[in-house]
Design a protein around this ligand. Structure first.
Ligand SMILES: [Zn+2]
Length: 233
């Protein structure tokens, strides 16, 4: 099945990312900060039916897309947050950087301008720093509640910031390294608490509470500002 489709509203083309889902119960239209308009088709529903549903909602889609903040690529001059603080990406020469390729220094993120893969290098830099920041926090927090982390994976999931498996493996989004530290701390505490309580019951929240403050604030930050982190890169 083709992954893209086009809708036309008032003579303008809306590009649609089309995918099938085994879990979806009904046809879904969503706005994703990076993929734009997305059409999710549940099992058994013909593509044509889903497309005509999308077509009926095309004006709503157009309005939502117009309100979407523009993507911010990792390029020279772009402002990106690092632990909640804005940094300007600046291309520089490799000699300034020695062998590091990417370096964070007094409000700037320096990259090697002679290479055209600098966006990849910045992404790798974020992954690496996220891994370090999240690993230290997760192992410390786990130690405090007598739990053990078996493995930490850094990914770029679309909707979740972290997850915890029954084998004690934690997974986090590298984009958390853009969020303020107290948000990072909350996501870590949340996943670490799942090492003991695999649910969101009262004892789970008691554990989270014992590990970290500003829980409601962090949850609301993730709800409102979290999706905006997907604009970068
Ligand atoms: Zn949870």
């Amino acid at each position: 099945m083709g992954r893209r489709a086009e809708l036309v509203v008032d003579g303008k083309v809306i590009d649609l990312d089309v995918r099938r889902s085994q879990r979806a119960r009904r046809i879904l239209l969503k706005i994703d900060p990076r993929l734009g308009a997305q059409l999710i088709i549940p099992r058994g529903v013909p593509r044509e039916e889903a497309l005509s549903f999308a077509n009926e909602k095309s004006e709503w889609l157009r309005d939502r897309l117009a309100g979407l903040p523009a993507p911010i690529p990792f390029c020279d001059g772009a402002i990106v947050p690092i632990l909640g603080r804005p940094h300007r990406i600046r291309h520089t020469t490799a000699t300034d950087l020695f062998h590091t390729r990417v370096r964070c220094e007094s409000g700037e993120l320096l990259t090697d301008c002679e290479r055209d893969d600098s966006a990849d290098k910045i992404r790798a830099w974020f992954r690496e720093n996220a891994r370090e920041a999240l690993s230290v926090r997760a192992r410390t927090a786990a130690g405090r509640i007598g739990a053990e982390v078996s493995r930490i994976t850094i990914r770029d999931p679309r909707t979740r910031w972290g997850s915890c498996s029954s084998t004690g493996a934690l997974s986090f989004s590298w984009r958390l390294f853009m969020a303020p530290e107290w948000v990072l701390d909350y996501v870590v505490a949340h996943e670490v608490a799942h090492l003991i309580e695999m649910n969101h019951g009262r004892s789970f929240w008691r554990l989270v509470n014992g590990l970290v403050g500003r829980i409601d604030e962090a949850k609301s930050w993730l709800r409102h500002s979290g999706p905006r982190l997907h604009r970068y890169g």
